[in-house]
Design a protein around this ligand. Structure first.
Ligand code: C2O
Ligand code: CU
Length: 462
């Protein structure tokens, strides 16, 4: 009898061990020659750059394996992660080595993404295909799906490229603007076309371009068709905003609801980036940033138009903004003509020009003293846009409140575009659960600039 109990518990213990030993999925950084012979990718089970889906509260667990011939690291853009697993270049994985990455997903439901963050190699690796979408679901997202009977949304990774035959062409690009491609690839496809039914669709757009800023608009038969902006970097807005256009700078995400049954909609629609060359500063020089570029097409299947009452985009979520009334100011100046700096500093792996205290709140007043727009990205915690001052005329004309904010400024942003000579005040609440010293990055999300050192460490003291 005793022996039987012993054997039973032994079997149980072994089964338990087997379960626990279930191998951790491998995220492999490797050359990926399809469709471009010089492509690179992060693969999971052989799938290149898969869309990773999680629910808030889940644990992300990967073994990052490097099969490239140079170091790499993966950053979970937009997520609140302890810095050891956040992709900081200090924790790069050498060729043929691996590293375990494990953390809990604390963020709200939203469209996030992952991409390399290797020292001075981010632009090259990302350009050649490393990176993908990371979708987090939560109750807000469930409610949205129920309300609009959405099928699990498609995610569109938008990237501009130069292609020569079966090769991706890359160079450091324009000294000021970084690399700008001459055509746009959506989820790896040039001239992407999607078939849609004549009803509401959700689009999740991620600007995974190295340097290109898009001024997104939808056209059908020569007419601009308005759409609803329902979400930004860090999740749903409180309510939808009907807009004709939306800015999407590198690393930013937007969630749009588009009515393909709209009265202005024909059988074909195209998503385009409109001209904004008038916004390039006097020192900008010849550039293709701001010239119109085609993104993707939609073929509207009209057979069975679904007639539904006009949806109500109110009460999508609650965007809780911390109170920043008594928060101290920190001035952040972006300067330079060819070599840009953040408060006079360029990246030094071991220096932290900015130190903040965990659980403190600050207002960062970011002033762009350069002639080109800079998308500023902060790791770990969102930026709450409080005010825009001195914006260029076009931006000012799109403001939705007295503080000069744009529709995309009303949610959680991890990347904020700061126009030439503009000052953007953002509230930053250092609410992180990690009680050891952390070092997070704050940088230009123009990847060529980032690699040239337009980046600083932000030390968070416990
Ligand atoms: Cu998406 Cu530090 O970057
Ligand atoms: Cu990031």
């Amino acid at each position: 009898m005793k022996r039987r109990v012993f054997l039973q518990s032994l079997a149980f213990a072994l089964a338990q061990r087997r379960r626990n030993r279930r191998p951790v999925p491998r995220l492999i950084a490797e050359p990926n020659p399809f469709p471009y012979a010089n492509g690179l990718a992060f693969t999971v089970d052989g799938v290149p750059s898969p869309v990773l889906r999680f629910r808030q509260g889940d644990t992300l667990d990967f073994e990052l394996v490097n099969h490239l011939d140079e170091p790499t690291t993966v950053h979970w853009h937009g997520l609140k992660v302890d810095w050891i697993h956040d992709g900081h270049p200090l924790f790069s994985v050498a060729p043929q080595e691996s590293r375990s990455i494990q953390f809990q997903i604390l963020n709200r439901g939203a469209t996030y993404w992952y991409h390399p963050h290797a020292h001075q190699r981010t632009a090259f690796q990302a350009y050649h295909g490393m990176g993908g979408a990371l979708i987090v679901d939560d109750e807000d997202q469930d409610r949205l799906k129920d309300r609009f009977s959405l099928v699990p949304g498609v995610t569109d990774l938008v990237q501009d490229r130069v292609i020569d035959g079966n090769l991706l062409v890359y160079n450091e690009g324009h000294p000021l603007h970084g690399f700008l491609g001459d055509q746009v690839m959506v989820n790896g496809t040039i001239k992407a076309t999607k078939k849609v039914s004549a009803t509401w669709h959700r689009l999740r757009l991620i600007n995974a371009s190295n340097a290109r800023i898009y001024r997104i608009a939808l056209f059908s038969e020569g007419q601009m068709v308005p759409f609803q902006l329902i979400g930004v970097d860090g999740g749903l807005l409180e309510q939808g905003a009907e807009v004709n256009e939306v800015w999407l700078s590198p690393a930013e995400r937007v969630e749009l609801m588009v009515d393909f049954g709209h009265p202005l909609m024909g059988s074909r629609a195209s998503l385009q980036s409109q001209d904004f060359t008038e916004l390039i500063g006097p020192m900008g020089g010849p550039t293709i940033q701001g010239h119109p570029i085609h993104i993707m097409d939609f073929l509207v299947l009209r057979k069975r138009p679904v007639v539904r009452p006009a949806p109500n985009f109110d009460g999508l979520s609650v965007v809780a903004t911390p109170d920043f009334t008594d928060a101290p100011f920190r001035n952040i100046g972006l300067a330079g003509q060819m070599h840009f700096t953040i408060n006079g500093a360029v990246f030094d792996m071991n220096e932290a020009p900015i130190t903040v205290t965990r659980n403190s709140k600050e207002i960062w007043s970011i002033t762009n003293n350069t002639t080109i727009p800079h998308p500023m990205h902060l790791h770990a915690v969102p930026m709450h846009v409080l005010e825009r001052r001195g914006s260029p005329q076009l931006i000012r004309s799109q403001a939705v409140d007295m503080r000069g904010r744009l529709p995309t400024d009303l949610g959680y942003q991890d990347t904020v575009l700061v126009w030439p000579f503009e000052q953007v005040r953002v509230g930053v609440a250092w609410e992180i659960p990690f009680n050891t010293e952390q070092s997070y990055l704050f940088h230009f999300h123009n990847l060529e600039h980032e690699d040239r050192g337009m980046m600083v460490n932000v030390r968070v003291t416990p």
